[in-house]
Design a protein around this ligand. Structure first.
Ligand code: FES
Length: 76
């Protein structure tokens, strides 16, 4: 499939999170997670690094299929 020259330009994933930083890194201690944590992987959340559901709109607008990373403790 032919993709126009303009479309071939690589685009940025991160549009607005900590743009003044050379690299966006978050470190979270396992002890602080509690029973469940939901992390954003679409880079559109206003609560980044946590998911706020913005991926739904992103997927609708772009046809993408991204969703969060859910970390939870196994049920005992
Ligand atoms: Fe980004 Fe949910 S808001 S994965």
């Amino acid at each position: 499939r032919y993709v126009g020259k303009r479309s071939c330009k690589k685009s940025r994933v991160n549009r607005e999170v900590n743009k003044d930083s050379p690299k966006v890194v978050h470190s979270i201690d396992m002890e602080d997670i509690g029973s469940k944590a939901v992390y954003c992987r679409c880079w559109r959340s206003r609560k980044f690094p946590y998911c706020d559901g913005a991926h739904t709109k992103h997927n609708e607008e772009t046809g993408d299929n991204v969703g969060p990373l859910i970390i939870k403790k196994r049920d005992a």
